[in-house]
Design a protein around this ligand. Structure first.
Ligand SMILES: *Cc1c(COP(=O)(O)O)cnc(C)c1O
Length: 385
């Protein structure tokens, strides 16, 4: 018998409150009860995404919301700048390609962060770019990009700033309005702690204005229809995954009770503890500018990397993520977002030591946990009683 411990950067562990909500009998969505719930959820989403403007809820995976952002803002033949620093950022380019949008590719070595000065130069060279597509937390590399600084640069241009925060929102600091993000794209199965199935977009007034000028290459993803229904109802143009929206209401209660600032700072501490633990075990970190929601680390080269990941899952039920594309077999990724907590990280570090020992590497048991505990001890909450 093995207890499953999901430590991947999506999907993530789901809190009991949301699971119980999902266990309830299905109700109808065209009702006053649903509209009331949906209105509350929209208020909560605005708070946790740090925006005062509209939030759209789509029934789709995160990529669907990326596609919606592209087709509603950029017309066929329009120009977009893509900050391509990983597998997910590449998806922006592939979506643009699929809809006949001209892409200015800014390729960055995977594992490194986008330099805002490069974005400035690109915008000067391409003043006709309609949008800049970037990423908050690049889940394929574990890099957290400096979206605040990039936002400052984009603000000085005519382009809209669109950020894939599918995994980054609600775990990494992200001040949507303050940082000049016109569209923030978020998914349900990452730091929002739900199963896959919902996606979200924030829309700045400038994004809404642009949407009104573009005839989208879309029907289901026509964001004007979604926005109009929200302003009227709030409602949705098509049947929403409303049982998921009810579960989301539960998770938003948890996040808002803790406070989004605390959620961000807790993730930062967990990330530091994870990195300290892995380095104490003798593993090498991968990301040049590490994100707060996941840690990427080179697979040990003195043991069989594939066997290592298999054994972590087979013996301890710990599912971490391997590398994607050319990083497959080179790195692995541990998520610390949502309800992943201090003890999840300590047990993952302890399991890594046990598996490395089993595979023949010489291990000093406890070194990883000790280093991580030192970081966690700095942040002791005030004692009660
Ligand atoms: C998970 C993820 C995606 C893809 O989302 P799907 O829900 O799988 O479509 C895109 N970007 C980032 C940064 C992600 O972490």
């Amino acid at each position: 018998m093995i207890k499953k411990r999901l430590m991947t950067p999506g999907p993530t562990q789901v809190p009991e409150e949301a699971l119980l909500s999902l266990a309830r009998q299905v109700t109808h969505h065209r009702t006053a009860e649903f509209r009331k719930l949906f209105a509350e959820v929209l208020v909560g989403l605005k708070e946790v995404f740090a925006t005062k403007h509209d939030v759209i809820v789509l029934t789709s995976s995160g990529s669907g919301a990326m596609e919606a952002a592209v087709v509603n803002l950029v017309p066929r033949g329009g120009k977009a700048i893509v900050l391509e620093a990983g597998n997910f950022a590449q998806r922006w380019r592939k979506i643009c390609d699929a809809f006949g949008i001209e892409v200015v590719r800014h390729e960055v070595t995977w594992g490194e962060a986008v330099d805002p000065a490069d974005v400035k130069a690109l915008l000067e060279k391409h003043p006709d770019a309609v949008a800049v597509f970037g990423t908050l937390m690049e889940s394929s590399t574990g890099v957290g990009h400096d979206v605040k600084a990039i936002g400052e640069v984009v603000r000085g241009s005519k382009a809209l700033f669109v950020v894939d925060a599918i995994s980054g929102a609600c775990v990494m600091e992200c001040r949507t309005d303050e940082w000049g993000i016109d569209v923030l794209v978020v998914g349900s199965q990452k730091a929002l702690m739900l199963p896959p199935g919902l996606a979200f977009l924030t829309l700045s007034p400038a994004a809404v204005k642009q949407m009104e000028q573009v005839k989208p290459q879309a029907f289901y993803f026509d964001l004007k229809q979604h926005r109009n229904k929200i302003l009227e109802g709030p409602d949705t143009p098509w049947t929403p995954a409303h049982t998921m929206i009810a579960a989301l209401a539960e998770n938003l209660k948890l996040i808002r009770a803790e406070g989004i600032e605390k959620v961000w700072s807790r993730a930062k501490t967990l990330a530091r503890a994870t990195r300290a633990g892995l380095e104490a075990i003798g593993l090498e970190l991968f990301a040049a500018r590490p994100a707060d929601g996941l840690t990427s680390v080179y697979l040990p080269t003195d043991v069989d990397g594939g066997a290592f990941l298999k054994r972590l899952e087979g013996r301890f039920g710990i599912k971490v993520a391997g590398g994607q594309a050319h990083l497959k077999g080179k790195i692995f990724r541990i998520a610390h977002m949502g309800i992943v907590d201090e003890l999840d990280i300590l047990s993952t570090l302890a399991a890594i030591e046990l598996v490395l020992d089993e595979l023949g590497r010489s291990v000093e048991f406890g070194a990883g946990c000790r280093a991580a505990q030192r970081v966690l001890a700095e942040g002791h909450p005030a004692a009660v009683g």
